[in-house]
Design a protein around this ligand. Sequence first.
Ligand SMILES: CC(C)(COP(=O)(O)OP(=O)(O)OC[C@H]1O[C@@H](n2cnc3c(N)ncnc32)[C@H](O)[C@@H]1OP(=O)(O)O)[C@@H](O)C(=O)NCCC(=O)NCCS
Length: 200
Amino acid sequence: MEDIPEVVDIERVAFPSPWPPRAYRYEVSQNRLAHYFVARRQFAEEPQSQEDQGQDSLLQRVQRWAQGATAPERSVVGYCGFWMAADEAHISTIAVDPRYRRQGIGQLLLMTAIEQAVELRASIVSLEVRVSNLTAQEMYHKYGFRAVGLRARYYSDNREDAVIMTAPHLASAPYQRMLRKLREELVQRLSSNTLVTSQT
Ligand SMILES: CC(C)(COP(=O)(O)OP(=O)(O)OC[C@H]1O[C@@H](n2cnc3c(N)ncnc32)[C@H](O)[C@@H]1OP(=O)(O)O)[C@@H](O)C(=O)NCCC(=O)NCCS
């Protein structure tokens, strides 16, 4: 809940029809099908023995770290959410602060969503994307999404069509192999890079 103001700041520059804060408050506190998470600028583990680390979940460790971290360190640079219904995960939103794009954060968020969906036993991930949003489509293609249909005049601001994209057979060996390879490349890329702020 406390990340919503920063999420909404990114939302306003990322989307022509941004969701208001109350939509995110509803999603996080009321929608039992919803799963939302953020990417933070920095997360430094406290020095701890392996044993101590093993007792807390990563989420607990991140939350404890965030309480002590300075505002710029813990700032939100991206976010993503999906709805889980039966065996389908539907990505409801994904965005990265424009100052931090092209550094792998979008992929980190998408991969996290796919991995969480698989843990929740999803066999397919779906989403809608504007026909004109070739950047996002490119990213989805890389993660095995394919266009399976169109929703005519789906977006109310300019009546633009939405492409429906899905990544099926998430648990299959070939998909999992592809995901593992992408994860290795991404980890390499993220660990060799400190985040750079571009002046856009
Ligand atoms: C889509 C978005 C989340 C990508 O975030 P990002 O952090 O820049 O993404 P990454 O750096 O992980 O790049 C992911 C891939 O997307 C594609 N991509 C990203 N930016 C691109 C660009 N400007 N041109 C072409 N392809 C691009 C590439 O395939 C890239 O992989 P690569 O860097 O290995 O070539 C970001 O552009 C965004 O927030 N856009 C506005 C909101 C939005 O459109 N959300 C999607 C709604 S459906």
